[in-house]
Design a protein around this ligand. Structure first.
Ligand code: NI
Length: 138
């Protein structure tokens, strides 16, 4: 762990009270860890917009009976080559499947790949979550 630094900040009393309430709901025990996580989240967002390698998960729910959709999903992942690290598939019910695709690449590449999949007919819902490889994140 790197060396700790202490800092203080001036903040509107009402704003701080609302922050404390919000972080208590998220089960933070103190402000410091909540602030550290906010800073990390900001830095990870910047990484995702930069040229750095990031990792991401695309979660989709889709209609298994939509003609050609399964083939199109496999094809999109094959085309992405080594950017797709793994995929997990769950049969939710007779009609619906859930898939989680784990990817690594530049932020823009992962967004392109995700958008290509999310825009397919029969994909009912999906979300891409980009996070950091954590290599450079204290
Ligand atoms: Ni299935």
């Amino acid at each position: 762990m790197s060396e700790l630094a202490r800092t203080g900040l001036s903040i509107d009393r009402e704003l701080l009270a609302r922050f404390d309430l919000a972080i208590a709901k998220k089960r933070y025990k103190n402000r410091s860890e909540a602030v550290r996580d906010l800073i990390r989240d900001h830095l990870v967002s910047e990484e995702a917009d930069s040229d750095k390698l990031v990792v991401g998960t695309l979660t989709i729910v889709y209609d298994h009976h939509r003609p050609n959709l399964t083939e199109k999903l496999v094809e999109a992942q094959h085309r992405a080559g080594s950017k797709v690290l793994a995929a997990t598939h769950v049969h939710l019910d007779h009609h619906n499947c859930l898939e989680v695709v784990i990817m690594k690449g530049r932020g823009g590449e992962l967004h392109d790949l995700a958008n290509g999949i999310l825009s397919l007919r029969g994909v009912k819902h999906g979300k891409l979550v980009i996070t950091t490889t954590a290599k450079d994140l204290p």
